[in-house]
Write a protein that binds this ligand. Structure first.
Ligand code: CP
Length: 298
């Protein structure tokens, strides 16, 4: 799985339903030996750890790959690294890389590939766990209003989520600092003033300021009041509306620290769902390669 835009609406629904079944306690194990490796060329906590938990829950053999101590440090290219682990017997690789579209150079690889985030491109497993969290909450996407707020320009999460949400029937609006939106970067969503959007939205999805992708130092002292989830804005949200954030969170910047675990917040639920969404993604990718799973518990 490289990006959600390559996946049909029906297949997205199928993976979401599988993820929800895993959340309800379904247990599946691989019927044969399957070797997987997680290659993180960029930092991660949630994605890396939850992929590994998901892999172990599915009975896959997880072969450690530490970029810092690998031959990448001797100059080995991404392509040669992937061809190497494929030759050694790895059946599936999960890859995060700072380079946009790093996967283009891996088109000839035979092993299954899962994109765990490419530059400011896409983050499909985050999108699926976000979609799963919304579906768990509201049952469907039709007619929902979702506000994606913050550093849209540098966010691979915004990119992946906006497209999928629209295809599934939700209305997507963007908010945040206007000069972080350029021509053509609003992904067919409309830009809205945050204070107008807040009382209409069913979901407010806050984005982390991607300090590592900004060329100059950010002035963040006034960000919370101007563009963040303050206590006053939370009070003006619709009954039943929820707050999401892919994390890591800049507490007191994108969201008041006291709201991170408030009743409306689904931030830690998103992380929990990340394991189930990734189990469904891994199973789907491996089944497409001919591997079989047995159902141990419905
Ligand atoms: N949301 C997310 O991708 O978190 P990590 O960078 O910790 O994996």
């Amino acid at each position: 799985m490289i990006k959600l835009s390559r996946i049909s609406k029906e297949d997205i629904e199928k993976i979401l339903n599988a993820a929800l079944e895993f959340a309800d306690g379904k247990v599946c194990k691989a019927k044969s030996d399957v070797f997987v490796s997680n290659l993180f060329f960029e930092d991660s906590t949630r994605t890396r750890v939850s992929f590994e938990v998901a892999e172990r829950k599915l009975g896959l053999h997880v072969i450690p790959f530490d970029v810092q101590t690998s031959s990448v440090n001797k100059g080995e290219s991404l392509y040669d690294t992937i061809k190497t682990i494929e030759s050694i017997g790895i059946d599936l690789a999960v890859i995060r890389h700072s380079k946009d579209r790093y996967y283009d150079e891996l088109i000839d690889a035979d092993l299954a590939l899962i994109n765990a985030g490419d530059g400011i491109g896409h983050h499909p497993s985050q999108s699926l766990l976000d979609l799963m969290t919304i579906k768990q909450e509201f049952g469907s996407f039709e007619g929902l209003t979702v506000g994606i707020v913050g550093d849209v320009k540098h966010s691979r999460v915004a990119n992946s989520d906006a497209d999928a949400l629209r295809r599934l029937g939700a209305k997507v609006h963007f908010s945040g600092p206007e000069d972080w939106f350029g021509q053509g970067e609003m992904m067919n969503g409309t830009y809205r003033n945050l204070d107008h959007l807040i009382p209409e939205a069913d979901v407010i999805m806050l984005l982390r300021i991607q300090h590592e992708r900004h060329s100059s130092e950010m002035q963040i002292s006034d960000y919370l009041n101007k563009y963040g989830m303050t206590k006053e804005r939370e009070k003006r949200m619709k009954p039943g509306a929820i707050i999401m954030h892919p994390a890591p969170i800049n507490r007191g910047v994108e969201i008041d620290s006291d709201l991170v675990e408030c009743e409306r917040s689904r931030i830690f639920k998103q992380m929990e769902n990340g394991v189930y969404a990734r189990m469904a993604i891994l199973k789907d990718a491996l089944e497409k390669k001919g591997f079989e799973f047995e159902e141990i518990k419905k």
